[in-house]
Design a binder for this molecule. Structure first.
Ligand SMILES: Nc1ncnc2c1ncn2[C@@H]1O[C@H](COP(=O)(O)OP(=O)(O)OP(=O)(O)O)[C@@H](O)[C@H]1O
Length: 261
């Protein structure tokens, strides 16, 4: 079985800055990965590569068995669900929640002259309902609360039934109850047998939903560690990643960390 994502020696350079430096790792079908690291570590850059929106300066990136640079990314992108700030910012504020989800079928963010099938509309409705935002289907995206927007965006990311789901800081900006509800919903999603391979980026251990299997720790564009959650998410690796002595606490599949006194 070939990997869902296969990065080998990936470096991304902008001017003199290395956004990613010689990063190699693989994601296999059925795995759920968390990417953790401080601000500016390169997490979003890594996700941009995984979504086919950015190519490595050097090294190779294979996404869903296709090599970036040798594939039509417009054919590849519908196979990848992406929920990120960049996508959210490209959604016209007046677009309804339903159209925000529906337009993912064409890989666009604003509805224009595309023709959608009844089946597409039903699927978009179904996803809004499944993510608890069915009642706001006709509300403009700009009028939704942050929590509602996050759920609409995840519904959108799932519209094309992707083989790879990428969630960039889905919990950012949510209040405590909103975060906990979202963590539960994502946990239920990845618990589903046919769920796509999933990658979730966060700064916060509290946002890791139960059921995630692997973790990748990044610092200054370099990989600190990557592997199964149990052996890779450790106080030592976290301390090295965030450059603060940290103590990891685990409770019933949830995590947090505190500075060692
Ligand atoms: N076009 C660019 N030119 C120069 N530097 C860039 C460019 N794009 C990003 N960077 C820098 O690359 C680094 C990695 O950015 P990236 O957004 O991937 O980090 P991140 O881990 O997602 O950060 P955060 O957690 O703050 O969102 C940052 O220092 C950022 O300022």
């Amino acid at each position: 079985m070939s990997p869902v994502l296969n990065l080998q020696g990936v470096t991304v350079r902008r001017g003199r800055k290395l956004l990613l430096n010689n990063v190699s790792f693989q994601i296999q079908e059925g795995q759920r990965w968390v990417i953790l690291g401080p601000n500016g570590a390169g997490k979003t850059t890594l996700l941009q590569i995984a979504s086919g929106r950015l190519f490595p300066t050097t090294g190779t990136a294979q996404v869903l068995d296709e090599t970036l640079g040798a594939v039509d990314v417009f054919e590849l992108r519908p196979r990848i669900g992406l929920c990120s700030n960049a996508v959210a910012n490209s959604i016209p504020g007046h677009e309804t929640a339903l159209n925000t989800v529906l337009t993912a079928a064409y890989g666009v963010t604003g509805r224009w002259r595309e023709q959608y099938e009844r089946l597409d509309e039903r699927r978009a409705f179904g996803l809004l309902n499944a993510w608890g935002v069915g009642t706001v289907f006709d509300r403009p995206f700009s009028t939704l609360s942050e929590g509602e927007r996050k759920r609409v965006q995840i519904a959108r990311a799932l519209m094309t039934d992707p083989e790879l789901l990428l969630l960039d800081e889905p919990g950012a900006g949510l209040d405590l109850a909103g975060r906990e509800e979202l963590v539960s919903s994502i946990s239920e999603l990845v618990d589903w047998e046919d769920a796509p391979a999933t990658v979730l980026v966060t700064h916060h251990l509290e946002e890791i939903p139960p059921g995630f299997t692997h973790v990748l720790l990044l610092r200054d564009g370099e990989l600190v560690a990557a592997g199964p959650m149990g052996e890779t998410l450790t106080s030592e690796n976290l301390s090295e990643t965030f450059e603060v002595p940290l103590e990891l606490v685990e409770r019933e599949g949830r995590y947090s960390a505190f500075k060692k006194s």
